[in-house]
Ligand binder design. Structure first.
Ligand code: LLP
Length: 438
């Protein structure tokens, strides 16, 4: 099996990540367990910065925190010199409490609450990415009342339908995100921002979707955005200092999704941007991209203990693990596919086809369907690969399952960065009203 990052098979035929034997991690931290490979996260950050900076002079890489955010992750992003995209008060609070520089924050979201707007203004964040007119007006009013001049980007919905699961398409006309170009909605938003009392129009943003593997979707978006920038310059004298093209860079989950390297995206995107700048005679803006999945996706592995194995002759052999859609809802939501390995018996021989199912009370709680694995039995450890993005961050307490711990591994060290939830944690916010206590 093709391993990546710091993964290797040690002399005991165990899977090792960041120099840590997975069987020991399971003993020390329990299962299910999210294991994050720090070196690979850092390598992903660096290759992203390099791939874009090699082709364009003014680049800002903004990590999309929704993919995976903890206070330790904030520290890694900060030390790698990336900026941070947050999409809620909770993500902003995490960044703030971890000491992240607020000037490097972009605050996204289609329905920021008045409290979230105030929080961002009070903390002095760099940019709000404004999604709609109500938000624009509310932010202007609030900033004025606080005596603050606030930089904003206008989020444009460029009318591009990317080839990915429709739940994670965002750039098409029928989308809840951003101002459509259609009927001049985005144009009027730029005008309002320029005319506002306390907002400083600093540029444009778009994000066309997630897990996109076709670079043409990005280059079309870049073209569309620059043609729009040219129009706002000509008709409104607007200056786009920042062109933020969002995230969505796809990764290889199965070993069959294609070898996707950031360079395959950065070279055509920056070439398109440069060409369009020439064509429209625009001064070069700062180019911003917002990868989430690409930074952490392949750096995460989820380790499960195998419980029962249920063989339905001639139909299917189920392998049950001690987690499921509560720690990884992606297969149920998007039919996402993953690779898996038996971490305590790594072998190149593949036995029968099995289906890995979780323990949630739901037939759709399937983690990996029809996968060939070496013979597997109760008590084995199953590693599901490339779970670093949108697993921990989308985990729930469905069936009142406590959420797993997260460990960060590097050079043979394993540090707990999120504690495992206990049953006490599960009930910590429950309240029994007095009238029910009798
Ligand atoms: N920027 C904006 C404005 C976004 O909305 C997103 C993702 C990103 C950047 C980062 O996209 P990435 O590079 O990670 O693809 N839960 C889904 C993905 C939802 C993505 C939402 N927005 C999944 O598990 O596939």
């Amino acid at each position: 099996m093709k391993l990546h990052g710091t993964m290797k098979i040690n002399s005991l035929s165990h899977l090792e990540i960041g120099g840590c034997d997975c069987t020991i991690l399971a003993k020390d931290f329990g299962t299910p367990l999210y294991i994050m490979d720090e070196q690979l996260i850092r390598e992903n950050c660096r290759s992203f910065v390099k791939a874009f900076s090699d082709h364009y002079p003014d680049i800002e890489i903004v990590y999309a925190g929704k993919a995976f955010l903890t206070m330790a992750m904030v520290k890694i992003i900060q030390s790698e010199g990336l900026s941070l995209d947050v999409v809620s008060g909770g993500e902003l609070y995490t960044a703030y409490r971890a000491g992240f520089p607020m000037e490097r924050i972009y605050f996204h979201g289609n329905n920021k609450t008045p409290e979230e707007l105030t929080m961002g203004l009070e903390l002095g964040i760099g940019h709000f990415v404004v999604d709609n007119l109500a938000e624009l007006e509310m932010l202007d009013k609030q900033a004025s009342s606080m005596g603050i001049k606030q930089k904003v980007l206008i989020r444009v919905s460029p009318g591009i339908t990317a080839d990915t699961h429709h739940y994670i398409q965002t750039g098409q006309l029928d989308s809840k995100f951003g101002f459509p170009l259609y009927r001049d909605s985005a144009f009027r938003a730029v005008k309002e921002a320029l005319d506002s009392k306390s907002l400083i129009f600093n540029g444009l943003h778009c994000h066309i979707g997630s897990q996109i593997t076709d670079v043409n979707a990005f280059t079309s978006a870049a073209q569309t955005m620059l043609s729009f920038a040219a129009r706002t310059k000509e008709e409104l004298r607007a200056t786009v200092n920042i062109l933020n093209l969002g995230g969505g860079f796809g990764i290889d989950y199965t070993g069959e999704d294609g070898n996707l390297f950031v360079g395959d995206f950065s070279a055509p995107i920056t070439a398109t941007v440069k060409e369009a700048l020439k064509k429209y005679r625009l001064p070069p803006p700062r180019l911003v991209v917002e990868p989430g999945r690409y930074i952490v996706g392949n750096a995460g592995t989820t380790l499960y203990s195998v419980g029962s194995v249920k063989d339905i002759p001639e139909v299917r052999k189920f392998v049950f693990v001690d987690g499921g859609m509560s720690d990884n809802p992606r297969p149920a939501l998007y039919h996402a596919r993953y690779r898996a390995a038996v971490a305590n018996r790594m072998s190149n021989s593949y036995g029968e086809k099995v289906t890995v199912a979780g323990k949630c009370c739901e037939s759709g709680d399937i983690l990996v369907k029809d996968i060939r694995l070496p013979e597997i039995k109760s008590g084995d450890l199953l590693a599901v690969l490339s779970t670093g993005a949108y697993n921990y961050s989308m985990a729930s307490n469905y069936n009142r399952l406590p959420r797993p711990a997260v460990v960060l591994v590097k050079d043979g060290r394993a540090d707990l960065v999120v504690k495992r939830e206990s049953y006490k944690d599960v009930i910590r916010n429950d309240v029994i009203p007095d009238r029910l206590k009798k």
